[in-house]
Design a protein around this ligand. Structure first.
Ligand code: ADP
Length: 300
């Protein structure tokens, strides 16, 4: 059975600038290369999911400008259903400038843009009607909570990858409703408390904690699984988290929702996705299923 996943949240246009070093105030850096492509956590996850053979659709918003057109075209070319991508009249597509230094340090500049135009009143049962699973990424907390509730009412499972603005917003109502929660170590410490690694949360869902180059851990109500990650030459880890989440979902979602028997395989596959994404530039660099399988075959 094809699983249908709706990814909801940010849809951006990303410009990645590789510089020799991040400049100090009043300083200047040399751009060594630049690369522009679609980005945004929900869009990245949707494209990755499509690459793993999942029937993926996107819920989000762009402006009616040239970047919005480019974003929509890229999503459609990747096989993502864009019927729920809202184009805001006179809106400006959200743009992120990712400044990546040779050392690996990253600085992000962004406008607000149109990427949070979808609010709680814009979504209803119809929005999630086709989905077996809803993957929520950074967006307005009220929208995320409403979508989680609608998904649960429709019998769909929910994952949540809140991302770096977790500290600035109260996502607790969405976190409570998520069947799968993706966090990095810093986010996990703030949501779950610093002892999270030794005391897996007793909630029913899965909590997946990403440790960058050191892999990831899945906490379940009955135990934890670790994967040490893969040793690769990382050039840009932007988007590694989105690639990881998509890979994990592509494997763990079974015909009847989350399949506990697939957790270990999903963790390995997701780590391969994150590692491969880290080896190329830009946020939209997730590998597809044949690339991940070839990579995994080479490891053993
Ligand atoms: P986020 O980008 O959300 O903060 P991480 O940086 O932890 O998340 O990356 C997500 C996953 O991508 C990691 O759990 C790991 O599997 C993989 N990954 C990230 N950076 C590297 C790296 N330098 N080498 C190998 N794998 C990496």
């Amino acid at each position: 059975m094809t699983r249908r996943v709706l990814a909801a949240g940010h849809v951006n246009w990303d410009v990645t600038l590789r510089v020799d070093a991040l400049p100090d105030p009043d300083g200047e850096a040399r751009i060594e290369s630049q690369h522009a492509a679609g980005g945004g956590s929900a869009a990245n996850a949707a494209v990755s999911l499509a690459g793993h053979g999942v029937d993926a659709s996107i819920l989000g918003s762009v402006g009616d400008d040239e970047n919005g057109l480019l974003v929509e075209r890229e999503l459609a070319e990747a096989g993502v259903d864009t019927d729920r991508l809202r184009v805001v009249d006179d809106g400006e597509t959200s743009v992120k400038y990712l400044v990546v230094a040779a050392s690996g340090q990253v600085m992000v500049l962004g406008n607000d843009g149109a990427n949070e135009a979808v609010g709680p009143d814009d979504v209803d049962a119809e929005t999630v009607a086709d989905a077996d699973h809803v993957h929520l990424t950074s967006q307005r907390p009220e929208t995320a909570t409403r979508l989680a509730r609608l998904a649960a009412d429709a019998g769909a499972t929910v994952s949540f990858d809140p991302g770096r603005r977790l500290d600035a917003r109260d996502f607790s109502a969405t976190i409570e409703r998520a069947d799968v929660l993706f966090l990095n170590g810093r986010e996990a410490a703030s949501v779950l408390g610093s002892e999270y690694a030794n005391a897996p949360p007793t909630r029913g869902g899965l909590v997946v904690v990403k440790h960058g180059a050191r892999g990831a851990t899945v906490h379940t109500a009955t135990g934890s699984y670790d994967h040490p990650g893969f040793d690769v030459d990382a050039v840009d880890t932007t988007g590694a988290g989105d690639a990881f989440a998509a890979g994990f979902l592509a494997v763990v979602l079974g015909a009847d929702g989350i399949d506990a028997d697939r957790i270990e395989r999903a963790l390995e596959y997701a780590n391969a996705c994150g590692a491969l994404a880290a080896t190329s530039e830009g946020a939209r660099t997730a590998p597809d299923r044949p690339e991940v399988e070839a990579f995994l075959d080479d490891q053993y």
